[in-house]
Design a protein around this ligand. Structure first.
Ligand code: ADP
Ligand code: ZN
Length: 216
């Protein structure tokens, strides 16, 4: 089964995606992660996207569609794909539909994770990830272990904060979400694939709603 996780920055898409990867053998395709990799690679494309990302604006459709096209062409997966942070515009949504159709694949569910803006700001400014495996930590709900050893990969890792996880960039990211991405809610509702869940509940509750959304 192939799914999209839709929601504003900080809605918990990455955290839920990591869980689905573990429990359902799915493959997470996060355009945010791909772009962060691209920017550290030192390529021309990496340099262009770095500035755009730090501001909180969207990278061009051409670049992100190219990244997704490459990954999909690289092979299939038994558990299916989780599209995390993609599509973010109607053009990207159309492109994804066409790519999946070419591969004879379906888009089975679009799960919208609903949260309010205040919660997003609090979550994002408290967020950090394991530099080794990408496990997400939160100063309030899931602090970095005192011994500095990641609970997921068991490594004494460096815990990183993202350059765009500050209040100024976050404002731009939220605006981009409402202007460019939220129209996808109507788009997928019309296609009959949309399921909305409460992303503000405790992590286990969100996980339960996610399972119901996928299996129901
Ligand atoms: P979040 O959802 O927490 O804001 P992501 O890691 O998904 O973060 O994305 C970080 C940044 O990468 C975005 O603010 C944007 O600049 C860029 N980006 C990621 N995915 C896309 C996309 N599908 N289209 C355009 N830009 C994207
Ligand atoms: Zn780790």
């Amino acid at each position: 089964m192939n799914i999209i996780l839709l929601g504003p920055p900080g809605a918990g898409k990455g955290t839920q995606a990591q869980r689905l990867v573990k429990h359902r053998n799915m493959v997470q395709l996060s355009t945010g992660d791909m772009l962060r990799e691209a920017r550290t690679s030192g390529t021309e494309m990496g340099k262009v996207v770095a500035a755009v990302m730090d501001r909180g604006d969207l990278v061009t459709d051409e670049i992100v569609i190219g990244l997704i096209r490459e990954r999909l062409a690289a092979g299939t997966t038994d558990g299916g794909y989780i599209f995390d942070g993609f599509p973010r515009t109607l053009a990207q949504a159309d492109a994804l539909g066409a790519l999946l159709e070419e591969l004879g694949e379906s888009l089975d569910r679009v799960v919208e994770m609903q949260v309010d803006d205040e919660a997003l700001v609090a979550r994002i400014t408290a967020r950090s990830t394991c530099g080794n495996c990408g496990e997400v930590y939160n100063d309030n709900t899931k602090p970095i272990p005192a011994d500095g050893v990641c609970t997921s990969c068991g490594e004494a890792a460096e815990f990183k904060r993202r350059a765009d996880d500050n209040e100024e960039s976050l404002k731009t990211r939220l605006l981009a979400y409402y202007k460019q991405t939220s129209p996808l809610i109507g788009y997928y509702h019309a296609k009959g694939t949309l399921v909305s869940i409460n992303g503000l509940a405790a992590m286990e509750e969100v996980a339960t709603s996610m399972d119901q959304a996928l299996d129901g």
